[in-house]
Design a protein around this ligand. Structure first.
Ligand code: NAP
Length: 189
């Protein structure tokens, strides 16, 4: 079975988007999508993905403005409590528990020897996977920007271990293993 990875860009102060869900701060940055920890090698290795309702809305709004089509060629689960419409046959709207959906994602990605699973975000959804022990890695591309407020990167307490780091254009990129909930007492040291 592949890794389950929260792969995302973030600001230096830990936001995925500003309070109005804008990513303007992100798209002005220089990046090589084929470069270190870049998007292209990552998406080639992914066999299924999941995102929350706000992120889905954001993608659909952007596509409407730009005229772009849904860009993903792998099954994508959308977590929501609302009655959202799937934009393609590969989009699955779900209210099911995270572990059940994770099992279906693993199957869709090829099972025991399958591809990676991409948790797109937001941060709370990624943390829900981690709380169920179902998130292996967090890969962040840190933009040289601070916002002061916005949608948080990972709003729970977890221990991570740095596995890899690199520069890609304007970004500092880092790959972490999720070790588990932040150990009691580790805040006092
Ligand atoms: N920087 C980046 O690369 C990057 C990456 C990802 C996202 N983003 C942006 O960051 C923002 C993230 O927004 P967000 O923090 O609101 O997170 P989100 O995960 O996109 O959306 C949160 C919503 O998802 C639904 N949800 C989450 N967990 C659920 C569960 N277990 N079961 C059912 N529904 C569940 C709920 O929606 P309902 O209750 O309304 O149904 C919840 O309000 C968006 O603007 C997105 O575009 C940026």
């Amino acid at each position: 079975m592949g890794r389950t990875v929260f792969y995302t860009a973030t600001t230096l102060d830990g936001y995925l988007a500003d309070e109005h869900d804008s990513l303007d701060w992100l798209f002005k940055q220089d990046v090589d999508p084929e470069g270190p920890l870049g998007y292209e090698p990552f998406i080639r290795g992914a066999g299924a993905m999941a995102m929350g309702a706000t992120t889905y809305d954001w993608v659909l709004d952007r596509n409407e403005r730009t005229g772009d089509a849904w860009a993903y060629e792998i099954p994508c689960w959308i977590f929501t409590h609302r009655d959202l419409a799937p934009v393609t046959d590969d989009v699955i709207i779900t209210t099911d528990p995270v572990p059940d959906v994770h099992g279906r994602m693993v199957e869709a990605a090829g099972g025991a020897n399958g591809k990676d699973l991409w948790v797109v975000g937001g941060g709370d959804l990624a943390a829900q996977f981690a709380e169920h022990g179902l998130l292996d890695e967090v890969v962040v591309s840190i933009a040289p920007v601070t916002l002061g407020a916005g949608r948080p990167l990972f709003p729970r307490r977890f221990d991570l271990a740095l596995l890899e780091h690199a520069r890609n254009g304007d970004f500092l990129c880092a790959r972490y293993a999720v070790r588990g909930p932040l150990a009691a007492g580790s805040l006092d040291t």
